[in-house]
Design a protein around this ligand. Structure first.
Ligand code: DC
Length: 229
């Protein structure tokens, strides 16, 4: 008799942008030696592909076809954001702009786009394990995850962090405008009918407003310790 296939364990880390989940998820994945899924980068890549192809960001079926067919490739980098290609073009920097974030939020509101991306995201669940970062990792994509974390921080603190991150990359941004964009995006992400940004019923919540990245990583790592095989 062949043994049952081993399913790799999953840790989901969901929360709004700027909550620190990208940095924290990557640090936890690195510490465990596990794979890492930045699902926001996937939505951002579809957003960039949609804008470049001139697609109507409200045309659900056209966007879903694009999500299935676009030649989007990821190169997982545990030490930095993933490298992302659209066809032959490296779009790693393009997907990080505020414009790409807004486009991602619009395409992500389309149920057919989310359905089209489900299998692509689940394909990341391979041994020895996966840390998945997003909005609906614990609720929809990996509902059976062994550990679910929901990370929050105040909108003002998230805007401040985003401003710092952008200026480190040499990108000029205006703090009040960033705050407004974050609040708009939060509202859209929380109130959309499909996969709204809400904690899974079995998620553990951490508010990172006044905690350092290292403190939060230490908390998640302690929770994750029993999952190491
Ligand atoms: O995490 P981020 O800022 O890179 O995400 C970009 C957008 O994609 C954000 O508006 C929400 C959306 N998103 C989503 O709907 N579901 C996910 N699992 C990840 C991101």
């Amino acid at each position: 008799m062949s043994p049952l296939p081993q399913t790799a364990p999953v840790i989901t880390i969901d929360g709004p942008s700027g909550s620190g989940k990208g940095t924290i998820s990557r640090a936890v994945a690195r510490a465990l030696g596990w794979h890492f899924l930045d699902s926001g980068a996937l939505y951002r890549a579809v957003g960039v592909a949609a804008v470049r192809s001139g697609a109507d960001l409200a045309d659900e079926q056209a966007l879903a076809r694009l999500a299935l067919d676009a030649d989007i490739r990821f190169e997982d980098r545990i030490d930095s954001e993933p490298h992302v290609w659209l066809g032959e073009g490296d779009i790693s920097a393009d997907i990080r702009t505020e414009e790409a974030g807004q486009a991602a939020s619009k395409v992500a509101a389309q149920p057919a786009v989310r359905a089209a991306l489900l299998a692509k995201q689940r394909a990341f669940q391979v041994a020895p394990g996966l840390v998945a970062d997003g909005r609906d990792m614990g609720t929809i994509v990996f509902p059976e995850a062994e550990l679910k974390v929901f990370l929050t921080a105040s909108a003002a603190e998230r805007a401040r962090r985003r401003h710092k991150q952008l200026s480190e990359k040499g990108i000029t941004a205006i703090l009040p405008a960033l705050l407004r964009e974050i609040e708009e995006r939060d509202l859209r992400d929380r109130t959309r009918s499909v996969a709204p940004l809400v904690p899974a019923h079995d998620a553990r919540t951490i508010d990172s407003t006044t905690q350092s990245i290292d403190d939060v990583v230490a908390i998640v790592f302690a929770w994750a310790a029993p999952l190491k095989r």
